[in-house]
Every structure is written in structure tokens, then in C-alpha cells.
Design a protein around this ligand. Sequence first.
Ligand SMILES: Cc1ncc(COP(=O)(O)O)c(C=O)c1O
Length: 404
Amino acid sequence: MRIPFGTIAVTKESRRLIDEALDSVRLSSGRLVKEFETKFAALTGTKEAVAVSTGTDADILALAVLHDFGARRGDEVIIPALSFVATGNAVVHAGFKPVFVDIERHTLNIDPKKIERAITKKTRAIMPVHLMGKPAEMDTINRIAKKHNLYVIEDAAEAHGAVYKGRNIGTLGDMAAYSTYIAHIITTIEGGIVTTDRADFAEVLRSLRSHGRACKCKVCVMNCGAASYCDKRFKYGEGSDIRFVFERIGYSAKMNELEAAVGIGSMTNYKKIIAKRHGNLISMIEKFQKFAPWLYTIKEEKHEQIGPHAFAIIRGEKAPFSRNELGLYLEKAGIDTRHLFSSMPTQCPGFAYLGHKLGDFPNAEYMGLNGLHIGVHQDLGPAHVNYFIKTMERFFAEKGIKLR
Ligand SMILES: Cc1ncc(COP(=O)(O)O)c(C=O)c1O
């Protein structure tokens, strides 16, 4: 049996829309991107959603918005030490300094108790990551942010469908950045999207994704409608063309129509897909308990629903085998594995310039050496879950380790 990490279904609806786009004269961002944004905002429950070319760009642009709202280049953004490296890269690319805070080992998320001591006069935002779809402790984070007048931007790349205290992830901060990369639940193959309730943030996001243009209407009459003429075009200042006035330092980060077509189609079965993936995840969590204390995973608590992105496997401290030994065993059995990322400041050489040293972020570093994750996607079911558990049992039996 094979348990691939991810899957993609290009639905009938996507194929129809792709053909429609190919037959039209418009393939770069237009009507379908707008439709994808509208549907994504409705699903999340936010007033606005702005689609971009990757999840990393979603992180970058959400952060870069803050330059229009008082932030200065070189200001600080607090992020967890453990995440996919894109979170840290995004902070740097947006013109800020990443200030890392260690995580909690049982949630994999930023340790809220350690945030306040990382705040300085230069801090502008906190960017929690809902790693493996497990919601970060948003009440505490928002309380700290309010007290210190900071923005909160959720990195919700892995948290499609996650719920925290009855509220959807993606609605809990000032903005949220999602990845719609192929491994994620709603996918555009490559892509990302920022959600927010603030129309002024959404405007800046639309400008930023297109080189910082002054042209940033929610619906572009030229790209989304029948009109080939825009009323606002030559009325900017001294009659300049609004399309060629650049109000801020921008990026080139648009989503195209074919990607949006895949995304719209991938939302048609969204509820079913979430239910199937969540079922797989919960079944794995329950069956996995027998491997304690040698291995453990994160838990779904009463106040939340984990966004079923993947299943985390964490080696317990006293386990008489290494993470890589287990990973190789699973791979040989046809089960795809991924590492559970690493401590960005101390295990990713790109951040060495910040001068942190090994030992500064012990929990994130622990995950960097002891964590794995595997797929829970909608093409898997009870037979795959059982195969995974049986494979794990065989691993323990071959190691001569007795389970409880
Ligand atoms: C937590 C996190 N943030 C950001 C990203 C970046 O997304 P992308 O790969 O679409 O650029 C990812 C990617 O999976 C991620 O896991």
C-alpha cells in the first residue's frame, strides 16, 4: 500500500473554467481570480480576500501592508521559531526583522508566555502560525497585541478549515495569510490568499501585488468586466494614468486565471474534503496513543477544530531510535514523510546573520531533530490509517519495544 503525502483533484468544474479561460482572451488575473477571492472570503467569513501567487507572497504582502500604516523598514515582527521557513523569509522580504519566540512542545505553536518579553519599541506585529492546522492561542496573542498596540497577522497557510473557540481561523487577527499550494486543502497548484475585514488593507494588498500601482479597485472594470475603458484612468493627479502611478514599493505577485479556476473547483467539495481529512486525522490521533511515551502527536482540544493539514509524529525523549530511523522505515513501507520543519533562527543557515546560537530555542530545535509529518488527505481512508498503525506496530516489534 502507498500513503502519499498529498493529492490533487482537478474537478469537472475546474476543467470547465480552465477551458472557458483558455477560450477567452484573458489568462492573467481577471474574472476568475475575483470569483475565487469572493468565494474564499465567504468560506472564511471575512469581508475581503486578495489572491496572490504563493502562500509566501501572502505572508509578505500582508506584512508589507503595515508600511502604509505606520511601520518602518527594520521594525520587528514576532514569529514562532518553528515553522516552514517561508514564515521567516517573508518577514525579511517585507522589510522587517524577525524576532523569534520558542514554541510549546505539545501544541507546536508559539509559546504565548514568552511573547511579551520579546516585545521592544520596534515591534509592530505578531505573526502566529497555526502549525499542522492547530490553532495558536489567539485569545492571549490578541490580548498582548492590544496591550502593546501591535498588529496580528495569522500565518494560516496550513490551517484551512481550522476553528478556534467557535470562530474560523483567518478571522482572528488583522489579516490572515493562506497558502493554496498543491499540498493544501484548497489549492490553486501554486498560490496564496490574504483575508481581512479591513477594506483599506485589502486596497493596499491589491496595489502591492501589482508593483505598488495606484490602480487597486476591488473589481477592475477592465480585467473583470466587459468594459475596455476605466473612468478613473486619466484622472490621477495631473492627468496621469492611474495604472502607471506607483504609490508604494510593490511586488509582482498576481494569481492567474488558470490557477483561480483550479481553486474555484477545489472549493466545490470543500465541506466533504474537510470532513474526510478530519476523520482521518482524529482516527490517527486516537490510534497513535498506544505508541506513547516513545512517540506522541498533537491533540485536538475542546475549544478547537484542527485544520486537517497533516499528521504530526514526534519522537519522545527516551525513544531508543532516531527520527530518521523511523522516517526511513515508513518511507520503505510506502508512507511518505516530511520533517516537522526546523528552528528557523538556529537550524536554518539563512538566519545565521541574526547571531542566535543552538540552545536558544530548545523546543523548536527539538522538533527540528525529532519531528515528522505524514498525509491525512481525502484519498486516504480507514484502510490507510490501519496500514499506517500496523506499520508502526511492526517497527516497534522489530525494535523489541513492548507497547502498553
Ligand atoms: C506555515 C507556512 N507558511 C507559509 C508557507 C508558504 O506557502 P507557499 O509554499 O505557498 O509559498 C507554507 C507552505 O506550505 C507554510 O507551511
